[in-house]
Design a protein. Structure first.
Length: 230
């Protein structure tokens, strides 16, 4: 193989590495933000199961804004101001397990990042809940899994790692009114504010992409050094 061919091969490896590293840099593994104001209303109690309706303000999706994204290179992207809209209202069925813990059943919920067609759409379920008091406030933590990525067209941010169904989803609702009293009483309701978060643990193959760019550059440097010595 001629030096020209070797140099071309080295450049190709470096370019591939840089391209892969750039793509990997946009892989989202964690995000969080505010859900704004919500209303939670008890619409039915049957035995140990309560049916609640969770609505964001304004109706049909709150105008929350994403606070931060962390990608697979552990780069922090703060204060992005990306709209994050939830389906609203959401029907939740909470069954008491004792000690402030609940099993949760809900229809699949869509969360949309972005606007004007440039969006990422994630579907998630809520399966567990915990109620507790702290600092004079009442908290309801809801958690489940991100089940699928319906669309991924948000420029610069790739949510494909969540498509495996292993990404976790959480909602933390906070109110000055007791969640326990609302959960146990038909017709009772409360208002408050809250936050959300999504997290996924990348597979080793995904993490390996992060090293390809450096590997390509190292290979290129080795070839260049060899040419300069020859």
């Amino acid at each position: 193989m001629t030096r020209r061919h070797l140099l071309f091969a080295a450049l190709a490896v470096a370019a591939l590495g840089l391209s892969s590293a750039a793509q990997a840099g946009g892989l989202v593994i964690s995000d969080s933000g505010s859900v704004g104001t919500f209303n939670l209303t008890n619409i039915n109690v049957s035995g140990s199961t309560s049916t609640l309706q969770l609505s964001f303000v304004p109706p049909n999706g709150a105008s929350e804004h994403l606070d931060s994204i962390v990608d697979t290179s552990n780069t922090q992207h703060h204060g992005l101001g990306i709209p994050a809209l939830f389906d609203s209202p959401i029907t939740l069925m909470l069954t008491s397990l004792g000690g402030g813990n609940y099993s949760v059943s809900s229809p699949s919920i869509m969360k949309t990042y972005g606007t004007a067609g440039k969006t990422a759409e994630l579907m998630f379920d809520l399966t567990a809940g915990t109620v507790f008091q702290s600092g004079g406030q009442s908290f309801l933590n809801l958690s489940g899994l991100v089940t699928s990525v319906m669309q991924n067209a948000l420029p610069g941010y790739d949510y494909s790692l969540f498509a495996s169904g292993q990404g976790s989803n959480g909602l933390t609702l906070i109110s000055s009114t007791s969640f326990s009293s609302v959960i146990s009483t038909v017709g009772a309701s409360l208002v408050g504010n809250g936050s959300f978060s999504d997290n996924v643990v990348p597979e080793p193959a995904s993490l390996a992409l992060l090293g390809i760019g450096l590997s390509g550059l190292f290979t290129f440097r080795r070839f260049v050094k060899r040419f300069s010595v020859a």
